[in-house]
Design a protein around this ligand. Structure first.
Ligand code: KG4
Ligand code: ZN
Length: 357
């Protein structure tokens, strides 16, 4: 079986071709046309700009990926939510048009489910995922702990009540005058800093549930940055004139930046790891999945891997599949495609708020 995957839920135009032979995956091709440079000057994703860029990139990206395999495609998988509605529409409408024109069935995939399956892209197939499993999905839009009792059987253990962990990385980076996306920028500088240098709160860490809150942490970071004495050379508030003027250059060489970055990174990791272990203690999963853009953070990967019980299999995507991509959409669609759970093209609509559970 060959599944064409399409993903346009945020600011990357993604397309992939996955072959499944006797249950084993082989990624034929995967392209991510990144818009990061377009959005950099705004310090975040501008939905209208993203949608236009998707429209321009979509067909060339699909042509490049499908190439001579066009006639061998058995199913088209598309992420139809959650995400930015204007961006989702481009992928969904393209998938519907292709389904109609090529007479190939459609599978709708939840973007979060795509992230959950992303560690399997470079593995042997679905067999690597043993149930029950727990997934911690951490990205720019999500921080969720999900229990999986079997394929497609999800229950939500807890999620963020406000900002996502990736958003906390991104907004903190913006306050420090670092470019978007902020997670990798903070991670890079954190390596040279002292994680205990600044006291950053770990909201909800002591609560007896699996809920998160990163908005309070973000505010504490804002106060820390705004009250630095002497002020940071390019320290910026959330609506910094520097950011608005697109002037994210500045001097990142201030000697306090690595310590601030290391302290922010540590606070976010502490909360994520603490709640993950609590969920593991309660549900004894056979597999623990860490995925979503923030799973690219090396310290988070390392800390969680070492903290989990040895008997729990730890699955994490290759670095190239942590961020949004379409290979994860194809992998997540496989179970449905195998069971012929298709959606007719005329019934599929994008759903910006589609909750997996
Ligand atoms: O999954 P993703 O590409 O898009 C969403 O679905 O949101 O995740 C993007 C998020 C951004 O917030 C970005 O700052 C964060 O992932 N991120 C990281 C790292 N690489 C990307 N956060 C921390 N450390 C990283 N190395
Ligand atoms: Zn994502």
């Amino acid at each position: 079986m060959i599944i064409l995957g399409i993903e346009t839920s945020c600011d990357d135009t993604c397309c992939a071709l996955l072959e499944i032979k006797r249950g084993k995956f082989r990624l034929i091709k995967s392209i991510v046309a990144s818009q990061a440079n377009l959005h950099k000057k705004y310090g975040g994703v501008v939905p209208e700009v993203a949608a236009r860029a998707h429209v321009e990139a979509m067909i060339p990206v699909i042509k490049e990926v499908t190439g001579q395999h066009r006639s061998k495609i058995d199913a088209i998988a598309v992420a139809s939510g959650p995400g930015l509605i204007t961006s989702l529409h481009v992928g969904v409408e393209t998938a519907k048009a292709l389904s109609y024109a090529w007479n190939v069935p459609l599978v709708k995939v939840n973007h979060v489910e795509g992230h959950i399956y992303s560690p399997l892209i470079s593995r042997r197939g679905l067999a690597d995922l043993k149930f029950p499993a727990i997934a911690l999905v951490v990205s720019g839009g999500h921080t969720e702990l999900i229990l999986m009792r079997g394929p497609g059987q999800y229950s939500l253990l807890g999620r963020t009540r406000d900002d996502a962990a990736g958003e906390c990385f991104d907004k903190s980076a913006k306050m420090l005058g670092l470019p978007y996306p902020g997670g990798p920028q903070i991670g890079k500088r954190a390596k040279h800093g002292n994680p205990e240098a600044y006291d950053i709160p770990r909201p909800m860490i002591d609560r007896d549930d699996f809920e998160f809150s990163f908005s309070g942490m973000k505010n504490a970071i804002r106060l820390l940055v705004e009250n630095m004495s002497p002020p940071l050379p390019n320290g910026a508030s959330l609506i910094s004139p520097l950011v608005l003027r697109g002037g994210l250059r500045g001097n990142y060489a201030d000697s306090r930046i690595p310590d601030i970055c290391a302290s922010i990174e540590q606070a976010i990791i502490d909360v994520l790891v603490h709640k993950s272990l609590k969920a593991t203690d309660k549900y004894h999963p056979k597999t623990f999945i860490l995925s979503g853009g923030v799973s690219a953070n090396k310290k988070l990967r390392k800390t969680l891997k070492h903290a989990l019980p040895k008997k729990t299999k730890f699955l994490v995507p290759d670095l190239s599949y942590c961020m949004d991509n379409a290979a994860m959409i194809s992998v997540a669609a496989y179970h449905q495609a195998k069971n012929k759970k298709f959606t007719p093209y005329y019934k599929l609509t994008a759903n910006a708020n589609w909750e997996l559970v």
